[in-house]
Design a protein around this ligand. Structure first.
Ligand SMILES: C[S@@+](CC[C@H](N)C(=O)[O-])C[C@H]1O[C@@H](n2cnc3c(N)ncnc32)[C@H](O)[C@@H]1O
Length: 223
């Protein structure tokens, strides 16, 4: 069990998951591969409403096989994807071949993007797996351009041994970092998941009122 910077402890994080081993079959889940046109349309519509209206630079952290990266690219955004698992990055590169998109192997908590800044940092189903979510959020806020936004899609999965991060904790972590924070509940939309779900699933959009760097943590040089 880890001790986080917000004083909470994290149990059941994804630190022990072998994501490289999961890469080949990852897209078989409806909400991962978005192969069903209805599921794909549902995610495309939500993503369009969460991302900036104008084409911009989107950083997809823990991008996996690049399914959301592809939707963002189809909506006109330039995408940088980062994932710790080389097998995931290889699949993302294939999925977005020929598009204005780059994929890097690296840690989502301190992505290797140098001085580049972004209009949106997009993170789906990753924050829960990081050892210190509060620290990661502060770092990501520092990667935003003025008026940029964090788009965080998270949840608490399962009932017997639930894993994940509740919306209440996430909004608490964002309170000192972000300007305007909104929560959208996603459990009631089976089209997103390819089935009815009863556990907690949600998206948080946090728009920074300033450069982010002022409120967030200054990214370390060279990261
Ligand atoms: C549940 S998958 C989500 C993938 C993608 N965001 C999506 O929604 O389809 C979690 C992803 O996070 C990646 N990941 C886990 N910990 C990471 C870390 N510290 N830095 C970068 N990527 C990480 C895994 O390799 C995996 O691809």
């Amino acid at each position: 069990m880890a001790n986080d910077s917000d004083g909470m402890t994290s149990a059941n994080t994804g630190a022990d998951v072998d994501w490289d081993a999961r890469a080949a079959s990852f897209d078989e889940e409806p909400d991962h591969g978005l192969r069903d046109p209805e599921v794909r349309r549902a995610w495309a519509a939500r993503l369009r409403s969460w991302l900036p209206g104008r084409p911009g630079d989107v950083l997809d952290l823990g991008c996996g096989t690049g399914s959301l990266s592809l939707l963002a690219s189809e909506q006109g955004h330039r995408v940088t994807g980062v994932d710790l698992a080389p097998a995931m990055v290889a699949l993302a590169r294939q999925k977005l071949a020929g598009r204005d998109a780059v994929f890097l192997v690296g840690d989502a908590a301190a992505p290797p993007v140098g001085e580049q800044r972004f209009d949106a940092v997009l993170v789906r189903h990753v924050l829960w797996a990081l050892p210190d979510p509060g620290r990661a959020l502060r770092h990501w806020a520092g990667l935003l351009r003025p008026g940029g936004r964090l788009v965080l899609v998270e949840g608490v999965w399962g009932t017997v041994e639930p894993v994940g991060i509740p919306a209440e904790r996430l909004t608490g972590l964002l309170a000192p970092i972000a300007g305007q924070v909104s929560v959208e509940r996603l459990s009631g939309d089976p089209l997103l998941w390819g089935a009815e779900v009863t556990d907690e699933r949600y998206a948080v959009v946090a728009v920074s009122g300033d450069s982010g760097q002022e409120r967030g943590e200054a990214p370390a040089a060279g990261q």
